[in-house]
Design a protein around this ligand. Structure first.
Ligand SMILES: NC(=O)c1ccc[n+]([C@@H]2O[C@H](COP(=O)([O-])OP(=O)(O)OC[C@H]3O[C@@H](n4cnc5c(N)ncnc54)[C@H](OP(=O)(O)O)[C@@H]3O)[C@@H](O)[C@H]2O)c1
Length: 301
């Protein structure tokens, strides 16, 4: 990380091409970080290239950009020339993802290093990202932790950490983003929840409950702001081959991350409400939900 980045608390926001002098359309008034005062945010606006994808380039914010699922979506968005602002907590991995997006042809790529557990920093970080993009078409919330169920059973502080990262922090981000997008009557908020939130299971009910809470929040948010012209998408993946599931048995049967990303990018374009991915999980979860509790509690799920 360079000294500017450390001073500002956010990492670099670089354009691939020369930045436009058109004024930002976001109307956000962030607390401007020190290194940005030298280059007024109002002068930053993204002019992303068009790549014949059939629609104008999108302004896309990715929160948790080093997630395996997010990275695969970023590759697809970059290829079609969309403008990307990437936020993650690991600076080295974030730099690799950002560089890869540039090479693949993203219209522009900005980034910020942030631990998204720090909810107090969310408003400034989000305002900065949207000012840099010059607006917002799509926000993808991808951060999450599986956590250690056996440790969480013994320790509330472990449980609380899982609930914070998977529920409280996304709720903080979404509260700000919902108000921003609803005021502008535009935008898509896409949130990675999980099929694990559909029924509490003995083997992962702590993670599952964090995702159940997130699903309920996102579903309710959609019902609040869909009429304002904002699409809110609840994404429910089944098991996917990413770092999160690296240690799990039967991994060879899990969904391929590139296929999952292709489905998600299409669903985000279409503004779907609820997406099970792969789609078979809609049926599997309907069956799982239908199992009577007296039977379910005897299963080793
Ligand atoms: N893979 C699956 O089977 C599956 C199934 C259903 C739902 N999901 C959900 O899909 C989302 C993406 O998961 P994935 O499969 O892509 O797993 P992943 O590769 O492990 O990605 C999780 C990401 O969240 C980031 N993260 C965690 N805490 C953070 C924090 N406090 N601040 C910033 N970033 C943070 C991680 O950053 P670090 O790398 O720095 O830790 C990592 O980039 C998660 O919400 C997950 O719960 C995954």
């Amino acid at each position: 990380m360079n000294p500017d980045e450390e001073e500002a608390g956010v990492a670099s926001a670089e354009t691939v091409g020369p930045p436009s002098t058109a004024p930002s359309t976001s109307g956000v008034q962030p607390q401007v970080a020190q290194h940005d005062r030298e280059q007024p945010l109002a002068l930053r606006s993204v002019e992303a290239g068009t790549r014949g994808s059939g629609h104008p380039p999108r302004k896309i914010l990715v929160l948790g950009a080093t997630s395996g699922i997010a990275e695969a979506c970023i590759r697809l968005w970059a290829k079609r020339g969309d403008a990307l602002y990437l936020v993650a907590r690991n600076p080295d991995r974030l730099a690799v993802v950002a560089a890869d997006a540039r090479v693949r042809g993203a219209g522009s790529v900005g980034s910020a290093v942030a631990n998204l557990d720090d909810t107090a920093a969310h408003p400034e970080m989000l305002a900065h990202a949207i000012n840099w993009l010059g607006g917002l078409d799509v926000a993808l919330l991808a951060m999450g932790v599986l956590g250690e169920q056996s440790q969480a059973e013994r320790s509330f502080s472990v449980t609380n950490q899982i609930l914070h990262t998977n529920f409280t922090a996304p709720v903080s981000l979404l509260t700000w983003l919902a108000n921003y997008t609803a005021q502008r009557h535009a935008g898509t908020l896409a949130v990675l929840s999980s099929v694990a939130g559909e029924r509490g299971r003995r083997s992962n009910y702590v993670y599952g409950s964090s995702k159940a809470g997130l699903t309920a929040f996102v579903d309710g948010l959609r019902n609040r702001i869909d009429r304002e012209g904002v699409r809110v998408m609840t994404i429910k993946p089944g098991p996917v081959k990413t770092a999160m599931t690296e240690h799990m048995k039967g991994r060879e049967k899990f969904a391929d991350v590139e296929a999952v990303a292709a489905t998600l990018v299409k669903a985000i374009d279409r503004g779907k409400d609820v997406v099970y991915v792969p789609g078979i999980w809609r049926i599997i979860m309907a069956v799982i939900r239908a199992i009577p509790e007296r039977v379910f509690k005897k299963l080793n799920l």
